[in-house]
Design a protein around this ligand. Structure first.
Ligand SMILES: *Cc1c(COP(=O)(O)O)cnc(C)c1O
Length: 385
C-alpha cells in the first residue's frame, strides 16, 4: 500500500490502464445529492462526455442523477447504463437527423437547441413522427470564465448557443410551431471553474433575461445552468470532493428562481474527475543532455489533457521511497507534445515502477485515441478487484 492505493492488486496488470475508485465516486455523488437536496427544485444531471465508461455510468445512474448528452452515442450509452429517457437532456451545435430521431423515439426530457435552423429541423422530424419535442434554448450569455481559453464556452465569440438578442424571436417562433414545446433556457459558460463569481455573473445575467421574458408574458419552466465546477488537481488526496455546498449555495443565493421553476445542473468533471487514476509504468530512465526523462508506457493517446491544454496532473511513483529527483515525465508517442509533466520531483525512478497520474477521471479515458496504432486503455473500478 502506498498513499491511497493498494498497489499489490495492480502488480501483474498490463499498463497503462484507468482505475476508478468507486468509494470516492460514491462519496462525491452523496455530497451532490445532499447539497443539491437542500434546495427546492434543484435537479442534477451528469455530463456524460466527461466519462462514459459503462461501469462508472452505472454507479452515477444508481445515485439518481439525470444524464446530459452531446451526441446520439451518448444517449445510447446512457440508456444502456440505465438512465431513464425522462432524465436525459441533449445539447450540441450539430445534431444530425438520426440523433434527433433517436431523442424523439425515446422521448427524452429536452433538446437544448442551439440555433433557429436546428429548431426548424426538430419541428419537421417531430411532425413526421406525430410527436412534440420539448425544447430549451441554449443562450450564449456572454459571460467569461476564469479558465483555460480553450474551455470557455459562454463568450459571444464562441460557437455555442443563441445570441441574447435572438432569444425572444426564437421563443416566439417555437410557440408558432405545432411539434415543439418551449420549456426553458439553457446555459453553460465553461469548464474547470473555481471562481464562484463566474457563476454569480451567470446568475445575474439569467435574472436580467428572465425579466425581459416576463415583460413579454413568456413562461419559463426550466432553467439549466450547465456545469463547469472545477476540481483541485493539485491536491487529489486533501480535496477529493469539490465544494458542492458553496457551488449550489451560490445559485440558491443569486439566481431568482420562480416558485414554479426547476433549476438543472450538468456537472461532468466535478463528478468523476477525482475518482480516476491513470496507471502507467516507467519503461526507461533517460539522461538527456540537460535533463532526466522518465519515459512511461502511457502517452497522450491515453490522456491528452496535458498535451492539449497544458493541464496539470499530480504524478506519483508508487514503487519507490527513494529520495526525490527531478524528471520530465514523457510518453512513447512520436510527438514532442507527448509530455505529462516537466521538471517534477518523483521518488527516484527505476524501470518497471508503477506511476499514478491522478485526477484523471474526467476527459481522460473518453478522449483516448488509437494514434500510433495503440490499444485503447482499459478501465477498471474498485469492484473489479
Ligand atoms: C461539457 C459540458 C458540460 C460539463 O462540463 P464540466 O466542466 O465537465 O462540468 C455541461 N454542459 C454542457 C452543455 C457541456 O458541453
Amino acid at each position: 500500500m502506498k498513499g491511497t492505493f493498494q498497489i499489490e492488486k495492480f502488480s501483474t496488470m498490463r499498463t497503462p490502464f484507468y482505475y476508478y475508485d468507486t468509494g470516492v465516486l460514491r462519496k462525491t455523488l452523496q455530497a451532490i445529492n445532499t447539497e443539491a437536496g437542500k434546495h427546492e427544485g434543484f435537479c442534477v444531471h451528469y455530463a456524460v462526455k466527461a466519462n462514459a465508461n459503462p461501469k462508472v455510468l452505472n454507479v452515477i445512474c444508481q445515485a439518481g442523477l439525470g444524464a446530459d448528452c452531446v451526441s446520439g452515442g451518448e444517449i445510447e450509452a446512457s440508456i444502456r447504463a440505465g438512465f431513464p429517457a425522462s432524465k436525459i437532456v441533449y445539447a450540441g451545435v450539430g445534431k444530425s437527423d438520426w440523433e434527433i430521431n433517436l431523442g424523439l423515439d425515446l422521448g427524452i426530457f429536452a433538446f437544448n437547441v442551439e440555433s433557429t435552423a436546428e429548431l426548424e429541423v426538430i419541428n419537421q422530424l417531430a411532425e413526421a413522427k406525430g410527436k412534440v419535442a420539448r425544447v430549451a434554448f441554449r443562450i450564449n450569455p456572454n459571460v467569461g470564465a476564469h479558465t483555460h481559453a480553450n474551455i470557455t464556452t459562454g463568450l459571444a465569440e464562441n460557437k455555442f448557443g443563441i445570441a441574447m438578442r435572438d432569444m425572444e424571436p426564437i421563443i416566439e417562433r417555437a410557440t408558432e410551431m405545432k411539434n415543439v414545446k418551449f420549456i426553458g433556457l439553457h446555459f453553460h459558460i465553461g469548464s474547470q471553474i473555481l471562481e464562484m463569481d463566474d457563476f454569480k455573473a451567470l446568475c445575474n445575467r439569467i435574472n436580467d433575461l428572465q425579466e425581459v421574458l416576463e415583460r413579454h408574458h413568456i413562461r419559463v419552466e426550466t432553467i439549466n445552468v450547465g456545469g463547469g465546477l472545477g476540481i483541485d488537481y493539485k491536491h487529489p488526496n486533501r480535496v477529493p470532493i469539490p465544494d458542492f455546498k458553496t457551488f449550489f449555495n451560490t445559485y440558491a443565493r443569486f439566481l431568482k428562481l420562480r416558485p414554479w421553476q426547476t433549476l438543472h445542473f450538468e456537472l461532468g468533471r466535478a463528478v468523476v474527475g477525482q475518482c480516476g487514476t491513470l496507471f502507467t509504468r516507467t519503461l526507461y530512465i533517460k539522461e538527456g543532455a540537460c535533463k532526466k526523462f522518465a519515459i512511461v508506457d502511457a502517452g497522450m493517446t491515453d490522456l491528452i489533457r496535458p498535451a492539449l491544454y497544458n493541464a496539470y496532473h499530480k504524478i506519483e511513483n508508487l514503487s519507490s521511497d527513494e529520495p526525490l529527483e527531478t524528471y520530465d515525465v514523457v510518453g512513447p508517442i512520436c510527438e514532442s507534445s507527448d509530455v505529462f509533466a516537466k521538471a517534477i520531483d518523483l521518488n527516484r525512478c527505476h524501470r518497471g515502477d508503477l506511476i499514478a497520474i491522478r485526477s484523471a477521471g474526467a476527459y481522460g479515458e473518453i478522449m483516448a485515441s488509437g494514434y500510433n496504432c495503440r490499444q485503447l486503455p482499459k478501465g477498471y473500478i474498485t469492484e473489479d478487484f
